[in-house]
Design a binder for this molecule. Sequence first.
Ligand SMILES: [Cu+2]
Length: 484
Amino acid sequence: MPQGIRRRSLLQGLSGAAGVSLLGGAVAQDAPRRLPIPPLLDARAQGGRIELVAQPGETEFWPGVASATAGYNGSYLGPTLRVHSGDEMRVRVTNQLQEDTTVHWHGLLVPSAVDGGPHNTIAPGARWEPVVPVRQAATTAWYHAHPHMRTGPQVYAGLAGMLIVTDAHEQGLRLPSRYGVDDLPLVLQDKAFGRDRRMVYPSGHMQAMHGVHGNAMLVNGVPQPVAPVPAGLVRLRLLNAGNARLLDIAVDDNRAFHWIATEGGLLREPVSLRRLSLAAGQRAEILVDFSDARPAGMVSLAAQGRSLPVMRFEPQGAATSAAALPARLAQWESPPAARTARRRRLVLASGGMMMGGMGGMGGMGGMGGMGGMGMHTIDGRPFDMRRIDQRVRLGDAEIWEVTADGMVMPHPFHIHGVHFEVLSRGGQAPVVEDQGRRDTVIVDETVELLVRFTQPAGERAPFMYHCHILEHEDMGMMGQFTVA
Ligand SMILES: [Cu+2]
């Protein structure tokens, strides 16, 4: 692609960084780097033990320019964890940061005592050693920092990684599963870079309202990388680990791909799509057919047909014939919607009074935040660590009706410790992209969710429900519930 075009489309992706002097066209002039593959920590290969160290570091997102970052077992992001369903993960997390942190297993159905929410605090220098039982179908989950009012800056600094659950059923389907070869973990994040090419966490009114958006896309920590792939069917595990940006993933030659899994695991059958929206916190698995051996780019589409480049794929070797795909992927039973225990209504709202100070540009060294608790609410109240907002009976299925009030932007709504299915959207039947078992859903109009509560949560460490725009969450758009 001519440099001029790449440069223009990157600049058009700029948003949400008002008041910050951001990097301009020089970004796209570097030769693309190869996609790095995070190291794989297979729990079974290590006797079920997983060792994570949350640590500060420095990362060269651009050659020769170090940014202050944080990561697990490294300077930015963390290893990919893989665990077999039925096993336990015996985790040891050591906090080498200068501030409290937690590690939340986003997508695992586990008791709240080991869920890693804001009550499971790990003080600087301390260790957390939960035993995490994994009893769910194969899926692409992730783990990330979730400390009280500091989730935005900590995840932005790099405290996130992928977590793959596998099981015998999924392995029997013979989907592409050679890690880093034809089964690629793709941690997608947009980051803001200043004119000096250092990563910044812009914090102003725009970010407080809309969340932090960047001016460049990183995949596994590298700006717009290129990945060699086999000429055949390639499985991409997509994780939107950005703080706020809603991605709309497509292949730049407009080829169709097979969507095979949501946050909760495999779909009942593959769905052919040409674009797939992925809100902050959401995951999807897709199969892209590169058997024609033609290189292609992944982009995030935006309004008026403009797009943000994400990465490129370069098939190796000669064209082959497309591999066959299983017609059926998974089966599960949904609880009957007519026999749910109760209905709850939740209203997400933005734009309340600002109570905290809005800092200037927070340098990543201090991982400065925005403050402002109370700017965003659920049911008219900002999050309060000491207040239980909902009490649910263990084993119940319920309908949660979630609405966005005075819509500023769509809110990705996440519930800890559950899977749900979308029953309706805007009073209509759900759209194609709503199908499957989910833990995070885009709320742009009223959605009805059928939620099954199978994991216990006590008063001391309840489960969370919140907007996954991390600045909305940090500033109050969160509630908590017990399950007993
Ligand atoms: Cu939100």
